[in-house]
Design a binder for this molecule. Sequence first.
Ligand code: AHR
Length: 496
Amino acid sequence: MSRASIRVWADLPQATIAANLYGHFAEHLGRCVYEGIWVGPASRIPNENGLRLDVLAALKQLRAPVVRWPGGCFADDYHWRDGVGPRDTRPKTMNIWWQQTEPNEFGTDEFLRFCRAVGCDPYLCANVGSGTPQEARAWLEYCNFGGDTTLTALRAANGHPAPYGVRHWGVGNENWGCGGGFSPEQYAQEFARFSVYLRAVDPAIELVASGAGMDLANPILMRWNHDFCAAMPHAHLIDHLAMHAYFARGKGAEFHDAEHYALFGDLVTFEREIERADHVLGYFYPHKRVGLIIDEWGVWHPEATVDNGLEQSNTLRDALFAASCLNLFHRHARRIVMANIAQTINVLQCLAITEEDRMALTPTYHVYDMMRPHMGARLLTSEVETPTFEAHPIGLHAKQAVPLLNASASIAGKKVFLSVVNPSLDQPIETPIDLRGAGIAAVSGRVLTSASPRDANTIAAPKTVTPKRVKVEASGGGFTCVLPPCSLTTLTIALA
Ligand code: AHR
C-alpha cells in the first residue's frame, strides 16, 4: 500500500476561512431557477409561495451562506423592473444568452424571499452591458434605501416595506464577453462610473468588479486583471475582484484514466491563477485588502450545451474535484473571500437535480455537507507528504509531478477539522496524521467514495454516492487513516 503523511499544527492558526467560500450561483438558465428553485404557488410540487420545499430544505441543511443571482451572462441583459410587481402583469422577454423565454415570474422580491427562506445572503449582479448606471442605482435604491421615495413605496407595495440590505453588488459579469465586449480599460471606466452612483446610494455595500476568466489561450483574459486594475486607480470604489474558472477533461461520466488525473492536475494551474490575481491585487491596492471572489467555478463537461440547458452528469470525480478546489480556497483564505459554484440546481456542477416533484442530491452536495465545519473556522498550518502523479496542467508548458493527496485543516473552539482528497483510481493510501500543539480527545470521520469515479446519483437511484461514517482510533498526538481510492475523508478531531 502507498503511504503519505499529514502534519497539522493546532496552535498555528492563520486567516479565517470565510463562510462565503461555500456560496452558490443561480442564473436564469435552463432549469436552474424555473423548475429547480421556482415552481410557482399554483404548482402541485410542494412549495412555499412558489419556492420548492425540497430544494429549500436541502440548501438550509448546508447552511448555504450566499447565492449570486441573476447571472452570469443573463445579468447583463436583465432589466430588474421586468421582474417586480404583480406577476400576471410582468412582461415575457427574450433570454438572449440561453435561448429561452423569460417569464419574469421570479424577480427581485422572489429571489430575496428565497434567500430569507434558505437563511443566506443575496449577491446581486447589476447590468452593465446593456444597462445604465441609472437603472443599476435605481435597483439598489429599491432594495436598500430606507427613505421615502417612489421606489421604496413600490417595494412596500410589493410586500417589503423594510429595506432588504443587500450587501454584495457585482458591477457586471464577464464584461470582456457577454457583459458588453469591453476592453479592460473601457470596463475600468464603466466600473468607476457605475460604482460612483451605487456607492452614493448606499455606502455600506461591497462592490465587486468583474475580473478574468480562466481561458489561458485568450491573451486579453490573461492580462485582464492587471490591465483593469492599472486603469482603475480609484481604490475606494473596489471591494472585490471576481474571477471565473471552469474545467473539463473528458466527458462527465465517460473519461479515460489519463483524463481523470488531468482534471486534478489542472488544480496546479488554478492555484497559479489565484496566486497571480493575489499578486495583482496586492500590487495595485497595497493599502487595502481587496478580496478575491471566485463567483463562478466548477466542471463544465462538453455535453452541457445551450441545447440541453447546460445539464450534465455529476459524478464522484466531479465531487472530489470540488472538494480539492475547496481545500485550495481554504489555503488562500487570506485573499479569497467568497466562491460560488456553478450552478445551484440542475445546471452544470449542481448540488441537486430535480424531475417533477422528485429531487436527488449530487455527490457534490455531499462534499458541501461534509466540509462545512471549515466555514468560519481558522485555517491551520498543515503539511502533506504525498506520492505524486504525472500530468500536464492546462496552460503550462510541460508535464509535471502533481501531489496526489490534497488537504486542508482548520480550527474552531476545541475542534480541528481536516479534509483530505485521494483521487487515485486504484491506490488506498495509508496516512499517519500527526497533530502538533494539542492533545486529541476523540476523532470522528466520514468518507465519500463509490465503486467507480463515474458513479452518480440519479432520480431513480439517488443514494448511489453517499457519505459513510468511519471509525478512527487515536492515541497520543496522532492516528492513522487508510484513505480509499477516489475518496474524500473528513475528520473532526476533538481536542483534549
Ligand atoms: O455559468 C454559465 C455561464 O458561464 C455564465 O452565464 C457566464 O458568466 C459564464 O461564461
